[in-house]
Design a protein around this ligand. Structure first.
Ligand SMILES: O=C(O)CCC(=O)C(=O)O
Ligand SMILES: [Fe+2]
Length: 276
C-alpha cells in the first residue's frame, strides 16, 4: 500500500490569520483553514481513498489500520489552530483526538448525508457571552466543494443563540471550500450534510478533538489497579471514569491487534505489552 499522497503545507499561519480564524469560528460556528495541503497532491489522495473504501455491512468506510485514516488529523495547520479554539487559557490545553467519523456517499448506494442536527448542546447563557466548546471538529472533503458537490450547511451563530433554528427564517450557509482546505466546525451549531448532485463519491472525514487540561503529568502509565477497573468495567460510566473515551483492551483484542500490526508495513514495529 502506498503511503498517503496528500502533502501538508508545513508553514504555520501568521498570528493575525490565526486571530481572524478564531474570531470567525467563535462568531459563526465555523472557519475554513486555507491551504492545509498542496492542492495537486489531494487529487491523488482522493483516488487512494476510493481504492481503500469498503462496505462494512452497514456503511462505506476505510480501514482504521491505514495511515490514510488518520492523515488529516496530522495536518500541522489544523493542529496549530486547535488549542486556540478550545480555551482562552494562557496555559493552553492539549488537544486530544476522541472520535473519527467517516461519511461516504456513493453514486450506487446513497449513503447518508445527515439531516439538520446538533451534535452538542450549548451551555451557559447562549447569546449573552461566549462559552468555549468542550470539543471541536476538523473536517476534510478532499475535493472542491460547491453547491453541486454536497456541501455541509450550517446556521451560523446557532451555537450561541438557541432561538436560531432550521426551517425558520434563520439564514443558512453552504460551506464552500477547496480540496486543499479544511473546515473547523462547532457542533453546537445546527448543521447538515447535503447529497451531491454531481456524480462521484462524497467523502467527509471528521476528527473530534477535546481539550486535555494542563494538569501536572498529562500522560501517565495507567496504574495497574486502575487498568483492572477499566478492563472490568460493567457500565459505560465506569469505563469512561477509569479510561476516558476509549474502550479498554482485552487480552483477546491485544492479541488480535498484535497480529494485525505484525502484518502491516506501517505498524509492524509496534508491540503491545502483555496484560497480567
Ligand atoms: O455530512 C456532512 O456534511 C456533515 C457531517 C456531520 O454532521 C457530522 O459528522 O457530524
Ligand atoms: Fe454533525
Amino acid at each position: 500500500m502506498m503511503p498517503p499522497k496528500a502533502k501538508f503545507i508545513e508553514e504555520s499561519y501568521q498570528i493575525e490569520e490565526v486571530n481572524r480564524m478564531v474570531s470567525e469560528f467563535q462568531e459563526k460556528g465555523y472557519t475554513i483553514l486555507r491551504n492545509v495541503f498542496e492542492r495537486e497532491s489531494v487529487k491523488e489522495f482522493k483516488k487512494q481513498l476510493e481504492e481503500l473504501m469498503y462496505f462494512n455491512g452497514n456503511a462505506y468506510t476505510i480501514p482504521d489500520n491505514t495511515p490514510h485514516y488518520i492523515h488529516g488529523a496530522l495536518a500541522p495547520r489544523g493542529r496549530q489552530l486547535l488549542p486556540h479554539l478550545l480555551s482562552h487559557s494562557e496555559a493552553k490545553p492539549m488537544p486530544s483526538i476522541h472520535t473519527t467519523i467517516i461519511v461516504i456517499e456513493t453514486d450506487e448506494a446513497r449513503g447518508y448525508a445527515p439531516e439538520w442536527h446538533k451534535d452538542r448542546q450549548p451551555d451557559g447563557m447562549p447569546g449573552k457571552e461566549y462559552h468555549y466548546p468542550d470539543d471541536v471538529f476538523l473536517a476534510f472533503y478532499f475535493e472542491d466543494i460547491d453547491e453541486n458537490h454536497g456541501p455541509t450547511q450550517i446556521i451560523p451563530g446557532s451555537h450561541r443563540d438557541v432561538n436560531m433554528k432550521p426551517n425558520t427564517d434563520a439564514p443558512v450557509e453552504s460551506i464552500i471550500l477547496n480540496m486543499e482546505d479544511a473546515l473547523l466546525i462547532d457542533q453546537r451549531a445546527w448543521h447538515r450534510g447535503v447529497s451531491r448532485k454531481a456524480p462521484g463519491t462524497r467523502f467527509v472525514i471528521v476528527y473530534g478533538m477535546y481539550a486535555m487540561p494542563q494538569h501536572y503529568g498529562s500522560t501517565f502509565q495507567m496504574p495497574r489497579m486502575q487498568m483492572h477497573h477499566w478492563m472490568n468495567a460493567k457500565t459505560t460510566k465506569d469505563r469512561v471514569y477509569f479510561g476516558g473515551p476509549f474502550a479498554p483492551p482485552t487480552q483477546e483484542t491485544i492479541n488480535a491487534f498484535q497480529e494485525e500490526f505484525d502484518n502491516c508495513e506501517f505498524l509492524h514495529n509496534i508491540s503491545f505489552p502483555k496484560l497480567s
